[in-house]
Design a protein around this ligand. Sequence first.
Ligand code: ADP
Ligand code: MG
Length: 350
Amino acid sequence: MSEVHVRNLSLLYGTAKALDDVSLDFPDGQLFGLLGPSGSGKTTLLRCIAGFVFPDRGSVTIGGESVERVPVERREIGMMFQSYALFPNMSVAENIGFGLKVRHVTKTEVARRVGEALELVHLEGLGNRRPHALSGGQRQRVALARAIVTRPRVLLLDEPLSALDKALRSEMQVELRRIQREVGITTIFVTHDQEEALTLSDQIGILRAGRLVRSGPPRELYHAPEDRFTASFLGEANFFDGTPEEGGLRLASGTLLPWPGARAPDVRALAVRPEEMSISPAGLPAPQGSCVIHGELGLITFSGPTAVCRVSGEGQQFSVLVKNSELGDIPASGPVAVSWPASRSMQIRG
Ligand code: ADP
Ligand code: MG
């Protein structure tokens, strides 16, 4: 087993809290996505786990053992960073085998394991190439092969795909997921891209200013975010603030939005994803059990298969995502009713 636990990690750079009392569990064999804006402490957390920096407080365990006194090279960690350059003067095979060679693995064993790694990342036959003769995606595969050829207990990936263009990036996301499943190494994947985190991860942790905001399975965090930061960082959300009442949340205009099930404590707002809402011409009766807000349709922005409609209502602006095929059913502008099933409202605390 090689699960990773961090407990109460804090690290100060001068007076800046890079990590502030972070506790997280990274389950054995899973792919854990660490998400957060730039400067939120993602890289620092990886560096603490790898052993490049030491926390002021807190502990790191790998496979149940404290690694406080274990140096980087004995933590059995594989790493891949965005800027993790390959050695330009070495062949692909030499690059991949480097970590084995310095560990004094025999030549035949190195050759065998490099062959396996090349196969795993689908680069069979390219072992003799130099890095400059590879495409960007192929170089990423070499870097990944190099990170896993030593059979690490934990794989740390720090924004490994952020230098790639969109098409290559989605291809590598699928590949990374496949390879991680095949080798089953506990993996911590840092990204600032929420879609990437949702696509790839078994579990997600969200960092903000050195603190862990929330962690859990992607769907749970997306559909029941609980706090404003998680709701708006993982996708888009429209917020409606109000006063909690027995039957629902009372907005300033008097509109009552019914609770989406059992009322959670400390709820001060409801959030709704733009794709859960629909628009209809004003005056039509709303379906039973739905929330309705009356507003004024403004700008409509097309983006391929969908369009984003900006609506003003309840003293604010919000977005509604509609399929292009549904655009014919709504007016081009003017008064509209925006509705959604009450069960799709998300309760936001504080
Ligand atoms: P992220 O990877 O999420 O972008 P980092 O972990 O790199 O964030 O940084 C967290 C905070 O710590 C930032 O405010 C950053 O400026 C600061 N920081 C990181 N490394 C150092 C360092 N070596 N010296 C001083 N401050 C640092
Ligand atoms: Mg970083």
